[in-house]
Design a protein around this ligand. Structure first.
Ligand SMILES: NC(=O)c1ccc[n+]([C@@H]2O[C@H](COP(=O)([O-])OP(=O)(O)OC[C@H]3O[C@@H](n4cnc5c(N)ncnc54)[C@H](OP(=O)(O)O)[C@@H]3O)[C@@H](O)[C@H]2O)c1
Length: 319
């Protein structure tokens, strides 16, 4: 198969052996594979794939069609359209995935949207709903809100009946963020004056926590740190958490166990799949590229200023 390979900072398309399924695994012909911050880190030699995932083929999310089944798989059949998260290896013509980590692609959803859905929406849902326990009518703040996870979180906030504040550097994105469900769109310097917030999805990290987030917490607020592009180290005034009885959590998705990934996949099936199928949830697409143009795609991701997702299309040049 053709696969994108990371080699000392360079990205190349190489021929690799086709994967074969283990007992409970499925082989998927990949039609769409969204880019994520983790891929950018992996290209630079950080954030290695967890054991069991290809170590030099990036890609955490995919959509595609089932082409082969392990001997113990009973829930899926060949030719079904599926999507899901993997620990790595999605940016290739074929991948191998555990059957419990698969979701049906709803009818009417195209390969590009489906390929950009799983990682962003699973991350956002896990952080805001499972960890943040966002309730109806609560106030949600999403920082770094114009990217893949942020645009997912805004829509999830709306779906769950929250009042959503989106913080972005570039206010020219305000109209598109409002269309997705943001009630208020602000710039980072206005976070404190627009609070308080019950749940904060912190996608920027240290720079944002220091710039108003900890000064704008409601009583019993939940702050969930998922991204640290704006720095991983900061000095915290713990009194600000104590005074509001707030909690600060942080997590990653990639290295979770088979059972934990099955759990988050079930949560998406239960809470989001219907809304993805009927159009209440969408994946804003900034750009798509064939695998051969992955370097351009990665460079565009790193340059910033995008709205939503960049998706690679491995099948578009498959022979
Ligand atoms: N923990 C996990 O399991 C997990 C899973 C998925 C993603 N993540 C992380 O979560 C973050 C968001 O993911 P994503 O896919 O949404 O990334 P993305 O599409 O690149 O979006 C990141 C957003 O954050 C903004 N941003 C970056 N640095 C900023 C700063 N210093 N101040 C203000 N805004 C800033 C960017 O704005 P500009 O366009 O203006 O730069 C962009 O809109 C990333 O750091 C990613 O690595 C973590």
């Amino acid at each position: 198969m053709r696969a994108l390979v990371v080699d000392d900072g360079a990205l190349r398309v190489e021929q690799r052996p086709d994967p074969t399924p283990g007992t409970s695994e499925v082989i998927v012909a990949v039609t769409g594979a969204g880019l994520n911050g983790a891929d950018m880190l992996q290209r630079r030699g950080f954030y290695p794939a967890p054991p069991g995932s290809p170590d030099d083929i990036p890609g955490l999310e995919f959509a595609g069609e089932i082409v082969a089944l392990g001997s113990g798989v009973t829930s899926w059949r060949v030719s079904q359209r599926v999507m899901g998260i993997v620990g790595g290896g999605a940016q290739a013509e074929f991948l191998c995935v555990d059957e419990t980590h698969l979701l049906h692609v709803p009818e009417g959803v195209d390969d590009i949207s489906a390929g950009g859905f799983p990682e962003a929406f699973t991350t956002a849902h896990d952080a805001v709903i499972t960890q943040g326990s966002l309730g109806f009518g609560e106030r949600l703040l999403v920082t770094g809100a114009a990217g893949g996870v942020g645009t997912a979180a805004i829509q999830i906030g709306r779906l769950f009946g929250a009042h959503v504040t989106a913080s972005v550097r570039d206010l020219s994105m305000a109209d598109r963020l409002s269309t997705l469900g943001a009630d208020v769109v602000i710039q980072p310097d206005d976070v404190a004056s627009q609070g308080p917030y019950d749940v904060v999805l912190e996608l920027v990290g240290a720079a944002s926590l220091e710039n108003g987030v900890l000064d704008s917490l409601a009583t019993n607020a939940r702050v969930v740190v998922i991204g640290v592009g704006g720095g991983a180290s900061t000095e915290l005034n713990l009194l600000k958490l104590m005074a509001t009885r707030s909690s600060l959590r942080a997590s990653t998705l990639r290295a979770r166990t088979r059972e934990e990934k099955a759990f988050v996949t079930d949560a998406i099936r239960r809470d989001l799949l219907l809304a993805f199928g009927d159009g209440r949830l969408i994946v804003p697409i900034e750009a798509t590229y064939p695998l051969d143009q992955a370097t351009t795609a990665y460079d565009q991701f790193v340059a910033g200023g995008k709205f939503g997702k960049i998706v690679l299309l491995p099948k578009s040049e498959a022979t």
